[in-house]
Design a protein around this ligand. Structure first.
Ligand code: CU
Length: 480
């Protein structure tokens, strides 16, 4: 009886110690193992500007990966006619995409171009070490620093400048993504793209043209003038749209540089089949909108089933339609009417009380005293068009069949521009005939200044085969 009891205790001790050993080794997990992955050979890292990404790592073993990253301060465009001095990693905002695999040792060469005015550094969230590399990488203009690190956690990581004032360096575009693939690589997909959101703070209000300096007060107040994908309003629209074919699988590496705002990342008309939440190992499925923190990321994947233009947005939606966070994924291929029928029928629905809506005015209808050239008016007008008119009348003024009349080659106002002025400032409802086709919809009255109306109509009358007429603020005023 006694010996039996002893055996039981011994068994318990053996079991406990086995359990504890297992728990300890599990809690250390693969990070410990990854730090021991041997490295063989070396190669230069392929670096790409957005929306492109480097080739997948595939089956290659861990290696010494040499990253040559050049910091370039340069003037670029934040929006049409809006200039901004960006501070960049590799010449683009976001900076060059870096693609590694777990176990790689990255030898990082950070070069600060001699023409630059400021020192910079880099904090990579993929680094295990003080400052994420920042403390080893502070580099003055005309200098190069080298440091190295082993990537021991897989995932999609943000990198950014961490030189004081940190917020200002990030706000000027100093961020990008570094991907650490698992051993054997991520599962193959047909298309991969690099998208990164950022918020910008300018002395002038949104749309004010000319060179716009950074505004520290607005940045501290988190009052962004622009929220954009890939460093510019329109970086992912029109000819810059990303593309796929029906039946293909798409993977988006999405980052958020901030400096302040969190992104509610969404693709209109698509459901993310998989999301690597916050860029890590945890996969969520069937997601509509994924939250991407400032200084964070997500990998989203989906198959495209039907053709169309899928709008990429921050679903904090005023940012999208008023501050720039709008991109496009254009999918070509055969329709699948079962998955999406398109419009099947349409009739007139006009309940009692339907009236012209008014978009509230933000300011006065006074015109500024500054005189602009015709070309400047067209540029300013295009900005207004893109924000106010494009959703209905479409990018090239082609309109939408049965809904919104075309503005391109339009006979509606070619002969009498006052009809267009009236439509903009008073709104329009009821049947109109344009180029022989009837339209019956409601256009809201637009609360634009005389000058803004003149500019947007000058843009329209100088585009898409409409001739070359200039609409003046005085002409608009006479129709108020
Ligand atoms: Cu910097």
């Amino acid at each position: 009886m006694k010996s039996k009891f002893f055996d039981y205790k011994l068994l318990a001790v053996v079991c406990m110690s086995f359990l504890m050993t297992t728990m300890v080794s599990c809690s250390k997990g693969k990070n410990t193992d990854n730090s021991k992955i041997p490295v063989s050979g070396q190669q230069a890292a392929e670096l790409t500007a957005p929306p492109k990404v480097p080739k997948p790592v595939g089956n290659r073993g861990a290696t010494k990966l040499i990253v040559n990253m050049e910091i370039i301060e340069k003037e670029g465009e934040l929006d049409n006619g809006v200039k901004y001095v960006f501070w960049t990693y590799g010449g683009s905002v976001p900076g060059s995409f870096i693609r590694t695999r777990v176990g790689d040792v990255v030898e990082f060469h950070l070069k600060n171009h001699p023409d630059n005015k400021l020192p910079h550094n880099i904090d990579l969230h993929a680094v295990t070490g003080q400052g994420g590399g920042a403390s080893s990488s502070f580099v003055a203009p005309g200098h190069e620093v080298v440091f190295s690190f082993k990537v021991i956690n897989q995932g999609l990581y943000v990198y950014h400048c961490a030189t004081a004032p940190v917020g200002m360096h990030i706000a000027n575009g100093m961020y990008g993504l570094i991907l650490v693939e698992p051993e054997g690589g991520l599962p193959p997909v047909d298309k991969e793209y690099y998208i990164m959101q950022g918020d910008f703070y300018t002395k002038g209000e949104n749309g004010q043209t000319g060179l716009q300096p950074f505004d520290m007060k607005k940045a501290i107040d988190e009052d962004a003038d622009y929220v954009v994908f890939n460093g510019k309003v329109g970086a992912l629209t029109g000819d810059n749209s990303i593309t796929a074919k029906v039946g293909e699988t798409v993977r988006l590496f999405v980052g958020n540089g901030g400096p302040n705002l969190v992104s509610s990342f969404h693709v209109i008309g698509e459901i993310f089949d998989k999301v690597h939440i916050e860029g890590g190992d945890l996969i969520n499925k069937d997601v509509q909108t994924t939250l991407i923190p400032a200084g964070g990321s997500a990998i989203v994947e989906f198959k495209v089933e039907v053709p169309g233009t899928f709008i990429i947005v921050d679903h904090s939606i005023f940012r999208t339609f008023n501050k720039g966070s709008l991109g496009m994924l254009k999918v070509t291929g055969d329709e699948n009417k079962e998955i999406y029928s398109g419009k099947q029928t349409e009739g007139i629905y006009l309940p009692e009380g339907a009236t012209i809506q008014e978009i509230p005015a933000s300011g006065t209808t006074e015109t500024t005293s500054k005189t602009y050239s015709l070309q400047e008016k067209i540029t300013l007008g295009k900005q207004i068009y893109d924000k106010t008119c494009m959703a209905c009348h479409q990018t090239s003024g082609e309109g939408m069949p049965n809904a919104f009349p075309p503005l391109a080659n339009s006979d509606y106002f070619k002969t009498d521009p006052n009809k267009a002025i009236n439509a903009v400032i008073h709104g329009l409802s009821g049947e109109v005939t344009v180029n022989g086709k009837k339209y019956n919809s409601v256009m809201p009255k637009q609360a634009l200044t005389d000058e803004e109306v003149a500019n947007v109509l000058t843009y329209v009358t100088n585009s898409w085969g409409n001739g070359k007429q200039e609409i003046t603020p005085a002409m608009v005023k006479s129709k108020r």
